[in-house]
Every structure is written in structure tokens, then in C-alpha cells.
Design a protein around this ligand. Structure first.
Ligand SMILES: O=C(O)CCC(=O)C(=O)O
Length: 226
């Protein structure tokens, strides 16, 4: 059987089924429901739900991560999205090219500085992004009808893509729709070309988006999340 590491390396994504139990999924749905933040989602979720951190340090997610990282990774970004017909959005084909950091320091290869929700973001060299793993923890089933993530397998292996590359890859390779069940985890490389359509249902499509790495940043730069 092809391992998750090989799938991540070759395709840029892999699905780990049934990582969260139905009870844990129900607990998280309840916790998010009781939060005051906007229904469509929130950045820096760990500030209001610190227990999110324990997701990656306890079984079974910790065991999954141990098979992918040589040492326990740290959490560097945590977001929550809920897409429904009433809180809806589509996202064009793109790569996730920025990281959240504590300060602005001029370092060769770091560009496109910006501030989102008061946090400094920057585009690092691809070698930094290649050492980050995104986990999309699904609290609801996702499919063609509710804006599931679409991905172009192998597109993470071409560095930063410009519009012409994206158009070519879309024609040359068949995009896949990542259909998952509640409790499943989609793991992906930030440079994987991905998109999503608007939801056509009124049901919730809740995802916890975590970014992890075991690397430190160069030149004194620090990850925003401590
Ligand atoms: O959740 C979605 O529908 C899309 C999210 C996305 O494209 C991203 O996180 O970069």
C-alpha cells in the first residue's frame, strides 16, 4: 500500500480517514457553535480555543504526525472555516504562499509583506513552505455539492506558479475533488494548487485548518504563534 508520506510527496495531499471520533467531532462542533466569532470562520482560533493545541499532541493525530515528522511539529497557524449557502465563498486556483510571523525583518528571499487581522504575513522561499504540512480536519462531510477542496495532484512540485503555469496544469492534469467524511483529515502541502466552489447546501461545512512545521525561521524571524 502506498504510504501517506509517499502520497504527500507525489500528489501533494493525502487523506487519513476517521482520525477524530464522532464524540470529538461533536465536541468541537459544540465548542465552535458556542463561540462569538463570525459564522464563516476565524483566524488565530487557538486564542479562543486553546484546547485545539492538544489535538496534535494527543492520539490519534499525534501518532499520525509521528509517522510524518522526525520530531514533534509545532503549530504555526490555526483557522476555522464554515461554508454554507448563507456564509459562502469560492476560491480560485491558488497555492498557499504566506506564513504568519512576529516581526518584519529584511531577509533575502522573503517578500510580499502584509498585515492580516493585525498579524504580519510574508511570502518565504519555497524551501520553507515545503517543510510545512497543512491539516484540514473535517467536522462535516465534504463533497461536490458543498464546496469541497479541489486539487491538482503533483502541482506542489513546481515551485511558485504564475498564471500561465496554473492554466497549463489545469489543462494537462485532472483536478480531483477531495470528498471526506466528518472526522477525516486532509493533509496537504501548501504549494499544492487548490481551489473550491461555493456550497449549494444550507448545511454546515466546518473545517479546522492547522499548519505545522518542525523548522525554525532564518535571520531571527519568529513564527507568529508561540
Ligand atoms: O476551504 C475552502 O473552501 C478553501 C480554503 C482554501 O483555499 C485555503 O485555505 O487556501
Amino acid at each position: 500500500m502506498i504510504t501517506l508520506t509517499t502520497q504527500l510527496d507525489q500528489r501533494g495531499y493525502a487523506i487519513a480517514p476517521q482520525i477524530l471520533t464522532p464524540k470529538t467531532v461533536a465536541d468541537f462542533r459544540e465548542r465552535f457553535h458556542n463561540q462569538a466569532f463570525p459564522r464563516h470562520g476565524f483566524r488565530h482560533v487557538e486564542t479562543v480555543l486553546p484546547e485545539l493545541r492538544s489535538l496534535i499532541t494527543a492520539a490519534p493525530l499525534a501518532e499520525l504526525l509521528a509517522s510524518l515528522f522526525s520530531s514533534p511539529p509545532k503549530l504555526i497557524r490555526a483557522l476555522y472555516f464554515n461554508k454554507t449557502q448563507n456564509t459562502n465563498w469560492g476560491v480560485p486556483w491558488h497555492q498557499d504562499k504566506t506564513i504568519a510571523v512576529q516581526q518584519r525583518i529584511a531577509i533575502p528571499g522573503f517578500s510580499a509583506w502584509s498585515v492580516k487581522q493585525g498579524v504580519i504575513h510574508v511570502q518565504p522561499p519555497t524551501r520553507i513552505l515545503e517543510q510545512i504540512l497543512t491539516l484540514r480536519i473535517h467536522l462535516d462531510p465534504t463533497n461536490e455539492n458543498n464546496g469541497a477542496l479541489q486539487a491538482i495532484p503533483g502541482s506542489h512540485r513546481h515551485g511558485f506558479l504564475v498564471r500561465a503555469d496554473i492554466d497549463r496544469l489545469k489543462k494537462e492534469r485532472s483536478p480531483v475533488t477531495c470528498c471526506l467524511n466528518a472526522g477525516d483529515v486532509l493533509m496537504m502541502q501548501p504549494l499544492l494548487l487548490h481551489s473550491s466552489r461555493k456550497s449549494q447546501t444550507e448545511r454546515d461545512r466546518r473545517v479546522i485548518h492547522l499548519e505545522l512545521t518542525h523548522q525554525n525561521l532564518p535571520g531571527g524571524l519568529q513564527w507568529a504563534m508561540r
